[in-house]
Design a protein around this ligand. Structure first.
Ligand code: NDP
Length: 247
């Protein structure tokens, strides 16, 4: 079995997931990359391998529990263990509630909440058996503050924090050595705004990100530090945002 840690990352085809994958693959981990866009994942595996790292991809839609289970099983069957799961897959189609963008609401609930839950559910049996593991869930500053136009997104990110804290208590009570961390970023320059379906709202958000957004490598570096902490210690929550961002 590899000395390196095995890290499964959802949302690895872009943004925070991709940057975390590159960072972890360059240091201490074999990475197993999950998302829907296969070409992106293939390219990333190539890039990581060219830099001397080890990576595998599995096309996965996190809204489908069976696909998430297949992803986790593939990692364990291939490498014999799973040390880290990063639930980064997410979307942020902001809109005021009065617009009744029901499909956006459903998608956010399915991807941001249920996708995270499916990841946790699928990986726990293996981590419990190993008596070790680290689950890192990506929430948001919006999981701490609600604002007009962001009701459903904030609700999903609040849910990620609630799920993470309950999970942390459960695995601590069960004496499993499993660590749980929440990463709550502020405005980070990624492809996230492309999930906003209302063009005007997308443009307004783009202006905010142009003024305030910081590089995705900042979040990858925080995740790297969270992973590198000795196993008897867990960074349970990190808020990381641009210095100039008020909320
Ligand atoms: P990106 O849009 O760059 O990345 C989102 C990732 O999620 C993509 O890899 C996408 O891959 C994946 N994804 C979306 N839907 C699914 C699905 N159904 N199944 C599997 N994968 C899916 O955005 P970020 O990197 O910024 O977002 C990552 C996380 O960070 C999200 O949870 C987001 O809410 C959170 N976040 C981001 C902030 C920011 O400012 N950027 C701030 C706070 C939190 P694909 O389309 O190939 O499936």
């Amino acid at each position: 079995m590899s000395e390196k840690k095995v890290a499964i990352i959802t949302g690895a085809s872009s943004g925070i997931g991709e940057a975390a994958a590159k960072s972890l693959a360059a240091t201490s981990c074999i990475v197993v990359l999950a998302a829907r866009r296969e070409e992106r994942l293939k390219e990333l595996v190539k890039e990581i391998e060219m830099s001397g790292g080890e990576a595998l991809y599995c096309v996965t839609d996190v809204t489908k529990n069976s696909e998430v289970e297949t992803l986790i099983k593939l990692a364990v069957d291939t490498y014999g263990k799973v040390d880290i799961l990063i639930n980064s897959a997410g979307i942020m189609p902001h809109s005021p509630l009065k617009d009744q963008r029901i499909q956006d609401w459903d998608n956010m609930i399915d991807i941001n909440i249920k996708g995270t839950l499916y990841g946790i559910g699928a990986v726990l049996p293996y981590m419990n058996e190993q008596k070790s593991g680290h689950i890192i869930n990506i929430s948001s500053v919006a999981g701490h503050y609600a604002h007009a136009g962001g009701a459903v997104y904030s609700a999903t990110k609040w849910a990620v924090r609630a799920i993470s804290e309950s999970l942390r208590e459960e695995v601590a009570q069960d004496d499993t050595n499993i660590r749980v961390s929440i990463v709550s970023p502020g405005a980070i320059n990624t492809e996230l705004l492309s999930s906003i379906t209302d063009p005007e709202i997308r443009e307004n958000n783009a202006k905010f990100y142009e003024n305030f957004g910081i590089s995705v490598e900042r979040v990858a570096s925080a995740i790297q530090q969270i992973v590198d902490v000795p196993a008897d210690t867990a960074w349970n929550e990190v808020i990381i945002r641009p210095t100039k961002q008020v909320r």
